[in-house]
Design a protein around this ligand. Sequence first.
Ligand code: DC
Length: 219
Amino acid sequence: MSYSIAIDGPAGAGKSTIAKKIAKEKGFIYVDTGAMYRAMAFYLIQKGIKPSETEKISEACKEADITISYENGEQIVWLNGENVNPYLRTEEVGNMASASSVNRDVRIKLVELQQKLAKTNRVVMDGRDIGTCVLPDADVKVYLTASSKVRAKRRYEELVSKGENCDIDAIEADIIERDERDMTREMSPLRQAEDAVLLDSSNMDVEQVVKAILDMCAQ
Ligand code: DC
């Protein structure tokens, strides 16, 4: 029987960390929809297409065959037969994903893939439009957020732990800009679904957030 948990929220709210833990706990698959938009963005960057070139994006996205598979519970994103996971987590790809995800043809293609996955599996899916558009009938819907300061600090610590050099104020500015774009785009903007539960994790640790969502599933 299918069962779905939808987790939406802005960049850096901790969605993927939380979603992975819940998927593990429940034995569901974790669907990282941002990684699909990132794979599309990676393809567009390779093609030298700019975020403003709407028609080129619509054309190019038809040639991008994106699929996902699971290995030891980890989602692998395949782009035209190549595992592109190692290339998706850069700031360049993230910014291009935010910009190119406003494109209607990109969204139609990826939403279809996401809905297909949820039909045949029990899923924890995270993104921006899962509760509002992809899975409007999800069994549990969460809108996970945190202040931009807290989100910037978390991303800064993540990058520093990987040995990357970065500036926390620049990260916060980037986060604010990305939120603005994701929340104001015409098609499926980021917003809290009417029946979603708001969780502000600014003053919660990972375990507290996980427990709050597992409690919702149990109700
Ligand atoms: O969650 P993330 O940072 O990996 O997502 C990258 C971008 O992809 C995000 O800025 C907006 C877009 N995205 C989207 O439009 N819809 C989704 N369901 C997931 C991501």
